[in-house]
Design a protein around this ligand. Structure first.
Ligand SMILES: C[S@@+](CC[C@H](N)C(=O)[O-])C[C@H]1O[C@@H](n2cnc3c(N)ncnc32)[C@H](O)[C@@H]1O
Length: 393
């Protein structure tokens, strides 16, 4: 089987070395930067029709070993999938989402280990795209700049009541309280996040201003009590079927004249079908079960349908590629510590996921959009300034 496949593989001239189950080595091109270790002859059949999903699965299951820089591993995996794969993609996902399946999916990802996430996230443990004002910032600076950018877009004032939907470990909630004087309610579905988030609120003496709760977005108060609503890296978990309900809940939570910021990952495709030669299927299987990425147009449409007026949209695609590269490099630099915190299989998954998503953003398979919307005042007016100049002062 390998003898049949070898001419096709060698024809690609990729900088890859194959190491076989019997120890033999075979270079497919000059100066190999990546070694694929075929632990099992059965993996050869998969190599003849590879996708990022099947290659990733073989790695996770230990049939395939990967040696070399992770970014290079992903690039090679994609080149193999493009050249030899049949290019088949699955249909767009439209799963039913209820509170219990969503809670389970969230726990699978976010309750993994606070210590593990702390190894490679920034100090505030912000788990979403950072903002690089000049492109020369490190991760710590860029995450703080992102929090500032969001608060500025929300025109957050002292005394404002802010709702943070999907608050993670509470980095934005604490920033908004500390730097802007806001009162904040943050909600999450992760018990581990909640415990550490509350501890950090306490450590900073912000208990009078910041409250974090375990609450599903479907159960949010609907009496318009919040001046501003922000949702960062959360709507990817909602699912197409529930997007109208999600937008309805944001609308119901904010007061007339208030602002809503939705920051999250969007699909390149209008129908939200999986992207990237099997990459989407891998993420769904191992990383974010039940996650779904809508197109920007779908999200703008659903916000508009409930009565929120979209006033500003910004794409930060390459900002997320850079953020993920930082995360991936930080994890790669601390693999021994990580291996003590999570299982070997989980570590393999997260290594592929971080490097793979950096690649996916860099290729334009997925994007990151900040969508600012407002709930108009009775009569149609609003409180926004005439220009965006205030954002950049
Ligand atoms: C990628 S994290 C982003 C966390 C934070 N916003 C940040 O930027 O660091 C996604 C967050 O959404 C929350 N989440 C997902 N589905 C949710 C739901 N149905 N209701 C409330 N929170 C949810 C998760 O618990 C998690 O805190």
């Amino acid at each position: 089987m390998l003898a049949q496949l070898q001419p096709a593989l060698s024809g690609l001239k990729l900088p890859v070395r194959l190491r076989l189950w019997d120890g033999k080595e075979l270079d497919l091109g000059p100066e190999p930067s990546v070694t694929l270790v075929l632990h099992d002859p059965s993996i050869v059949a998969q190599l003849s029709n590879p996708s990022l999903d099947s290659l990733g699965q073989a790695y996770v299951e230990g049939k395939l070993g990967l040696e070399g820089p992770m970014s290079e591993v992903i690039r090679i995996g994609d080149a193999l999938s493009l050249a030899l794969g049949d290019g088949s993609t699955s249909a767009p996902t439209r799963e039913g989402h209820d509170k219990s399946t969503d809670a389970e999916a969230i726990s699978y990802h976010y309750d993994l280990s606070n210590e593990f996430y702390a190894l490679w996230l920034d100090r505030e443990m912000v788990y979403s795209c950072a903002y690089y004002e000049t492109g020369s910032e490190d991760l710590e600076q860029a995450q703080l700049a992102k929090l500032r950018h969001l608060c500025r877009k929300l025109r957050l004032q002292a005394g404002d009541y802010l709702l943070d939907v999907g608050c993670g470990w509470g980095g934005l909630a604490r920033f908004a309280a500390r730097e802007c004087g806001a009162r904040v309610l943050g909600i999450t579905l992760s018990k581990e996040q909640l415990a550490l988030g509350r501890q950090r609120v306490k450590d900073e003496g912000l208990e009078g201003q910041v409250e974090l709760q375990l609450l599903d977005y479907r159960d949010l108060p609907q009496d318009g009590r919040f001046d501003k609503v922000v949702s960062v890296g959360m709507f990817e978990h909602v699912g197409h079927v529930n997007l109208p309900l999600y937008c309805q809940r944001l609308f119901g939570a904010v007061r007339p004249g208030g602002l809503v910021m939705n920051h999250g990952i969007t699909s390149r495709y209008l129908d939200g079908r999986p992207v990237g030669r099997g990459a989407g299927a891998f993420i769904d299987r191992y990383v974010f079960p039940h996650g779904e990425l809508p197109h920007l147009a779908r999200m703008v449409g659903d916000l508009s349908e409930v009565g929120l007026e979209v006033v500003d949209v910004e794409s930060l695609r390459l900002h997320y590629a850079r953020t993920l590269n930082f995360w991936s490099q930080r994890l790669e630099g601390r693999l021994d510590e990580a291996a003590r915190l999570v299982s070997e299989q989980t570590l393999r998954i997260w290594r592929l996921y971080l490097a793979g998503c950096a690649y996916a953003f860099s290729q334009g398979w997925i994007n990151l959009h900040q969508i600012l919307a407002l709930k108009p005042l009775p009569g149609g007016g609003h409180e926004l300034p005439w220009s965006r100049a205030d954002l950049y002062r």
